[in-house]
Design a protein around this ligand. Structure first.
Ligand SMILES: Cc1cc2nc3c(=O)[nH]c(=O)nc-3n(C[C@H](O)[C@H](O)[C@H](O)COP(=O)(O)OP(=O)(O)OC[C@H]3O[C@@H](n4cnc5c(N)ncnc54)[C@H](O)[C@@H]3O)c2cc1C
Length: 390
C-alpha cells in the first residue's frame, strides 16, 4: 500500500487526524491493533473544551454532539461538607465546557470516516516502523496471517501510552518526565440520572470523589482508591456506600443508585515525552503525554495536538512549507506542559495523599479556602478548565 500519512492507532487522535487530512485531500491509512467494537467499548473521558468541539465540527463529526451534548457553565467543588460553585461562564467572559462521552466522539468519527471510505485497518498486529530516516518510511503489520506493508511520507503515532511509536525513538533522543500518584480512580457507569446538573468535585477525609455524567440519563461516578485495588474488590454496593459517605449531605440524600454498566480502575499518572517529532515520525495524544484525569485534559490535549499537526501537514502538502512540521513539537509541548501543571495542581488540591502530614492537610485546606474566597483564583481555575487557547 502507498499513502501520504500513515497513522498508528484509531482512538480519537488517529481518527480525528485522518478525517481532517482527508477533507483536505491528503491520503491516510490508519492501522489499529484492536477491533472497532473494542475501541468503542472503552469508557473514558467526557468533558470537551471549546477547541475540541470546533475541531469535531470542522471534521464533519459534530452534528450529533450539537444535538445531544450537555453544556456546562460551571462546576461545584465541595470540601468540609460544603459545596462551592465555580462559574466558568461568568469568570471567563462566556466560555463553557461540553459534556459528551469519548465513546460518542469515537463513534461519530468512525461513522464520518466510513462515510468517506477512509482506509482503516482493524486488527493490524505487530505494527513496526522502518526506514524513518529516509523520505519513504514503511510500516509493516500482520493481518489474517499475512504480512502487509504501507509506504508513506510521514508516520503519526496516535497509539496511546502503551503503543510502539514512542519506543521507536532512540533513548539518546527521547527524554521522559513522569510522576505516578499513589492512588487510582474507581469509576462506575450507571443508567441513572446524574445527582447534579453540573460536575461535583469532592475533597473528603475518606478521599476524593467525582460526580460526572455522560447524558441526562447516564451517570459516571468516581472514588479515589488505593493504587493496588482490583475492580473485584468493589461490589456495586460497596462503591455506592463509599461514594455517598464522601458526598455533601444534599447530594448524598438525593443520589439515585443503580446497577453498574461498567466499572474500571484508572491509575493516575503525569507523563511527558520530548520531543514529539523524530525524523518522519510525529507523536500525538496519549502516546506523548498522560495527565491524571482530575483536570479533564487527556482527550482535550490529544485534540490540540491534532489541531497543530493537521495544520502543519495541510500546509506542507498545499505549499511545501515545513514550518509547521519543524515547530510542531515545541508548539505542542508549550501547551502540554500548561495542561500537565493544571492537572497536577487539581490532583494535589483534591486528593488524600497517604503520606500527607497534618501540615500538608492544613495547607490543602487553606488553598481551597483561598480559592473560594478569591475571584482571581477562581478565574484562573476556570480559564484552565475551559481550555487555554490553541
Ligand atoms: C481508564 C481511562 C480513563 C480516562 N478518563 C479520562 C477522563 O475522565 N477525562 C479525560 O480527559 N481523559 C481521560 N482519559 C484519557 C483519555 O481517554 C485519553 O487522553 C484519550 O483516549 C487519548 O486519545 P488517543 O487517541 O491519543 O489515545 P487512545 O485513546 O489510547 O488510542 C490509542 C489507540 O491506539 C491503539 N494502539 C495501541 N498500540 C497499538 C499498536 N501497536 N498498533 C496499532 N494500534 C495500537 C489502541 O488500541 C487505541 O485504539 C482516560 C484514559 C483512561 C485509560
Amino acid at each position: 500500500m502507498r499513502t501520504q500519512v500513515a497513522i498508528i492507532g484509531a482512538g480519537p487522535s488517529g481518527l480525528l487526524l485522518s478525517q481532517l487530512l482527508h477533507l483536505n485531500g491528503i491520503d491516510t491509512v490508519v492501522l489499529e491493533r484492536r477491533t472497532a467494537d473494542y475501541v468503542l467499548g472503552r469508557i473514558r473521558a467526557g468533558v470537551l473544551e471549546q477547541g475540541m468541539v470546533e475541531l469535531l465540527r470542522e471534521a464533519g463529526a459534530g452534528d450529533r454532539m450539537d444535538r445531544e451534548a450537555l453544556i456546562h457553565d460551571g462546576t461545584d467543588i465541595c470540601f468540609n461538607g460544603t459545596r462551592h460553585r465555580i462559574d466558568f461562564k461568568g469568570l471567563t467572559g462566556g466560555k463553557v465546557v461540553t459534556v459528551y462521552g469519548q465513546t460518542e466522539v469515537t463513534r461519530d468519527l468512525m461513522e464520518a470516516r466510513a462515510a468517506m471510505d477512509g482506509q482503516l485497518v482493524y486488527e493490524a498486529a505487530d505494527v513496526a516502523i522502518h526506514e524513518l530516516d529516509t523520505d519513504r518510511p514503511r510500516l509493516r503489520y500482520r493481518k489474517d496471517g499475512a504480512e502487509h506493508e504501507v509506504r508513506c511520507d510521514y508516520v503519526v503515532g496516535c497509539d496511546g501510552f502503551h503503543g510502539i511509536s514512542r519506543r521507536t525513538i532512540p533513548d539518546t533522543v527521547l527524554r521522559t518526565y513522569e510522576r505516578v500518584y499513589p492512588f487510582g480512580w474507581m469509576g462506575l457507569l450507571s443508567a441513572t440520572p446524574p445527582v447534579s446538573e453540573e460536575l461535583i468535585y469532592v475533597n473528603h477525609d475518606r478521599g476524593f470523589a467525582l460526580c460526572s455524567m455522560r447524558s441526562a440519563s447516564r451517570s459516571r461516578y468516581y472514588v479515589q482508591c488505593p493504587a493496588d485495588d482490583k475492580v473485584d474488590d468493589w461490589s456495586d454496593d460497596r462503591f455506592w456506600a463509599e461514594l455517598i459517605a464522601r458526598l455533601p449531605p444534599d447530594a448524598a440524600e438525593t443520589i439515585v443508585t443503580g446497577a453498574s454498566l461498567e466499572k474500571t480502575i484508572a491509575p493516575l499518572r503525569s507523563f511527558v515525552a520530548e520531543p514529539m517529532r523524530y525524523q518522519r515520525l510525529f507523536l500525538a495524544g496519549d502516546s506523548a503525554h498522560i495527565v491524571p484525569p482530575t483536570g479533564a485534559k487527556g482527550l482535550n490535549l490529544a485534540a490540540s495536538d491534532i489541531h497543530y499537526l493537521s495544520r502543519a501537514l495541510i500546509d506542507f502538502y498545499k505549499s511545501g512549507s515545513t514550518e509547521g512540521i519543524d515547530t510542531y513539537s515545541d508548539t505542542c509541548l508549550a501547551r502540554v506542559w500548561k495542561a500537565e501543571r493544571f492537572s497536577w495542581w487539581m490532583t494535589m488540591l483534591l486528593h488524600r495523599f497517604p503520606e500527607a502530614s497534618d501540615f500538608d492537610r492544613k495547607i490543602q485546606n487553606a488553598e481551597l479556602e483561598y480559592l473560594m474566597s478569591s475571584e482571581v483564583a477562581m478565574a484562573s481555575l476556570a480559564e484552565n478548565y475551559v481550555g487555554l487557547p490553541y
